[in-house]
Design a protein around this ligand. Structure first.
Ligand code: ASP
Length: 324
C-alpha cells in the first residue's frame, strides 16, 4: 500500500500530488513558502498574471461547498495563465464511490494537468489521485487534511513572526472534525513549533496522544504564553449527535474574546480559516480587530500559496532532494 509520503513523491506517470502535509519534509514546506512569498508581491502588483501555466488546464472538482477555497484556487490558476474549469458536484445527489471515480475518469479523458479536489470523505482525494494522469491537489477531504490551508496559515505566521520555529501555537475548538487542525498539527510539528490543542473532551480526536501536542480543556490555561491563537469553526455538518451542550455555553467556555486572549502573549495574533461563526467560536469585534486578527491576511496568502503549489507540481520542483 502506498503511504501519503510516497504518493506525494511520485504520482501516476511520475506527476507529483499534494494530498496532505503529512509526509512533507521541512525543506519542502519552506520551499513552497518561499515560492509563495514571491507570489504575494506579484499579487500586489498592477499586473498580476504570468504565463507559467499557459496552455495548461486546471480543473477544480468540488464535491463539497466552498467559497473562499474554490475562488482562491481559480484565481491562483488564472494568475499563472492556466485555463480553468470549475466543476461543482452536489455529493448528496450521487452514489459516492462510483460517481467519484466515474467523474474522475471522465475528466481525466480531457487531459487536465492538475485536478484540485474537495470531497466530504477522508481518503477520497487519494483514491482519485491513483486513477488520473495529472497532478492532484487535495482541497480538503472530510476531516482528514487541507494542506493548502495549513501552508497559507504558515505563510501568514512566518511573514508576521519571522519564523515558525519555537512559536507556541494554540489550536482551539472543534479539532475532532477539522482537517485544518490535522494539517496544521503536521506542519507546525515539522517546522518546530510548540502545538497546544484546546477543546472540550468531546471535540478532541481519539488518537490525540499520538499527535505530539499538549491538550487543554480550559481556554485560559491553554492560551497562556501563546504567540498564535487559531480558532476553528464548529463543523456541525460532520457531527452526528450533540457534541456541545448549547452554543451559548460553548462561546462562554471556548469562544475567543479579549478577556481570554489576555492570557496569551501581549503580541499574540488571532487566526481563523473561515467561514466564521461570529459569537460562536469568536467574538465578532475581535475577529475584525486589525491589530490582533490575521483573518483577512490569511485569505490574501491563500492565493499566493496555491500559486506556489500549482507552480511546484507542474514544474516538478517539489520533489527535489535537499542539497546535502
Ligand atoms: N474552510 C475550512 C475547511 O474547508 C474550515 C471550515 O470549513 O471550517 O475545512
Amino acid at each position: 500500500m502506498t503511504t501519503y509520503a510516497e504518493t506525494i513523491a511520485a504520482g501516476l506517470n511520475g506527476h507529483g500530488h499534494l494530498l496532505g502535509i503529512e509526509g512533507l519534509r521541512a525543506d519542502q514546506i519552506s520551499y513552497l513558502l518561499n515560492l509563495a512569498d514571491g507570489y504575494v508581491d506579484q499579487n500586489r502588483a498592477v499586473k498580476k498574471t504570468t504565463d507559467l501555466l499557459s496552455g495548461r488546464t486546471v480543473i477544480n472538482l468540488f464535491f463539497e461547498n466552498s467559497t473562499r477555497t474554490l475562488t482562491s484556487f481559480e484565481l491562483a490558476a488564472k494568475r499563472l495563465g492556466a485555463d480553468v474549469i470549475n466543476m461543482l458536484v452536489a455529493s448528496s445527489s450521487i452514489k459516492k464511490g462510483e460517481t467519484l471515480i466515474d467523474t474522475a475518469m471522465t475528466l481525466n479523458a480531457m487531459h487536465p494537468d492538475v485536478m484540485v479536489v474537495r470531497h466530504s470523505d477522508s481518503g477520497a482525494v487519494k483514491l482519485l489521485s491513483e486513477k488520473v494522469n495529472g497532478s492532484v491537489i487535495n482541497a480538503g477531504d472530510g476531516s482528514h487534511e487541507h494542506p493548502t490551508q495549513a501552508l497559507l496559515d504558515a505563510l501568514t505566521i512566518r511573514r508576521r513572526k519571522g519564523d515558525l520555529y519555537g512559536l507556541r501555537v494554540a489550536i482551539c475548538g472543534d479539532i475532532a472534525h477539522s482537517r485544518v487542525a490535522r494539517s496544521n498539527i503536521h506542519l507546525l510539528n515539522t517546522m518546530g513549533a510548540e502545538v497546544r490543542l484546546i477543546a472540550p473532551p468531546t471535540l478532541l480526536p481519539a488518537a490525540v496522544e499520538r499527535m505530539g501536542v499538549e491538550t487543554f480543556h480550559n481556554m485560559k490555561e491553554g492560551l497562556e504564553g501563546c504567540d498564535i491563537v487559531m480558532m476553528l469553526r464548529l463543523q456541525l455538518e460532520r457531527m452526528q449527535g450533540s457534541f456541545v451542550p448549547s452554543i451559548r455555553e460553548y462561546f462562554r467556555y471556548f469562544g475567543l474574546d479579549q478577556e481570554k486572549l489576555a492570557m496569551a502573549k501581549p503580541d499574540a495574533l488571532v487566526m481563523h480559516p473561515g467561514p466564521m461563526n461570529r459569537g460562536v467560536e469568536i467574538d465578532s469585534e475581535l475577529a475584525d480587530d486589525l491589530d490582533r486578527s490575521l483573518i483577512r491576511t490569511q485569505v490574501e496568502m491563500g492565493v499566493a500559496v496555491r500559486m506556489a503549489c500549482l507552480h511546484a507540481l507542474t514544474q516538478g520542483t517539489l520533489n527535489e532532494e535537499p542539497a546535502a
